[in-house]
Design a protein around this ligand. Sequence first.
Ligand code: ATP
Ligand code: MG
Ligand code: MG
Ligand code: MG
Length: 485
Amino acid sequence: MKSQDVRKQFLDFFESKGHLIVPSAPIVLKDDPTLMFNNSGMAQFKEYFLGNGTPKSKRIADTQKCLRVSGKHNDLEEVGIDTYHHTMFEMLGNWSFGDYFKKEAIHWAWELLTEVYKIPKDILYVSVFEGNPDENVPFDQEAWDIWKTLIAEDRIILGNKKDNFWEMGDQGPCGPCSEIHVDIRSAEEKALVSGKDLVNNDHPHVVEIWNNVFMEFNRKADGSLEKLPAQHVDTGMGFERLCMVLQNVQSNYDTDVFTPIIREIETITGAKYTIKAKDEAEDKVNIAIRVIADHVRAVAFSIADGQLPSNTGAGYVIRRILRRAIRYGFTFLDTKEPFIYKLVETLSAQMGGSFPEIRSQKELCANVIREEESSFLRTLDQGLILLDTIIAKSSEKVISGKKAFELYDTYGFPIDLTALILSEKGLSLDESEFESELQKQKERSRAASKVKAGDWQILREDDDEEFIGYDHTEATVKITRYRKV
Ligand code: ATP
Ligand code: MG
Ligand code: MG
Ligand code: MG
């Protein structure tokens, strides 16, 4: 089943159950002081759960563009290394605002997975909150009893507060969740260890696909719980993971969500993506390709939603994601020229149907990414020359952390690249000295953080300042003009 059909069937299914289908909220949040990026489907509905405002319908479903790269949910370091966490991903979700509750939510989740998508029941596990007397929260007997009518009891797992209880904060709405996990291992692997023992254990082929949250309590300031007057349902299913299951592959990157971008990376760089790496070198190439295929989506979708790379706040997060991709390309795919921007075309062709913003903003996305790539590649080039000089001048096997810090701080040369180059030359880095320099710098920047300014500035239409951002004429840039400052 093509990913487009997977998405459509989810929305059609919930529409048939009386849900209003709404568009995704932007990935970048401009007016929420607690959150930089949308990191779950419920973020755009938060106020309704807090009792502020009324939703357009008591039943809503959508696919939400999410980004998990900062704050409570930060998966960045996992991305590319594993095959099922992304920076940007789609979260399919259905909501009940004081309407249906556990029975319908669980029955519909099961119906969709096993009857519409036809996932075999014997590869599914579900989890139910075990309760926590210390925090006054009871075992979710109700969910257990509902699941029992649908799935064998030995496939129901008890989960702890970390995985199976959701709360908005120290106070406010909260409640137990029921997660659905899927075991896509081979029969031989299954014979060795039961899938039940691997749920919640970070196994790449026993993964969580859907979380159903039942908001039934309100936590008061004194820590006690009271029943909410109206109870809500908030669910989130990882779209790319669902596609992995339905397309019978073992990695999100082998689904048609990613393969067109991966093929394009192969064509441009000459590198080859292998489904199963046979040695460490192939594995590194694979990781680099996954990092780039993932990160271009995060960066392009953020730019399309109005967040340009910059040196502060959300812009800095986006710049760092893009630089991580550039660095993986530079180090493992030997890419010394900008190329990531070229992938925007493929992304737009593939995702533009569901997310028209990526199509309408593709020139802007490509231009900004290319500009960022050129400037960071120059930094990398200069950094390499400087690092060579440092190495040549040093008679020690351990290179000064102070010098490495200078390279990092003044020239933006990534420290992990310094460490990698040193280790390839049989040298090492004085890490504790580097750390102490970094600490000092953090203290300095904390003091200076009151001054906030992005380094891309939107020019007004009537602004006649010289345009220096790109090397082509305005005729090809039919979008808001930007000038790098
Ligand atoms: P995990 O335990 O795998 O990190 P999670 O418990 O943090 O997932 P939830 O917050 O429950 O995830 O989000 C709902 C669903 O979104 C998950 O069941 C999963 O399918 C999907 N999901 C979560 N994080 C990611 C990610 N970084 N990339 C892709 N899908 C994700
Ligand atoms: Mg997580
Ligand atoms: Mg989890
Ligand atoms: Mg979860």
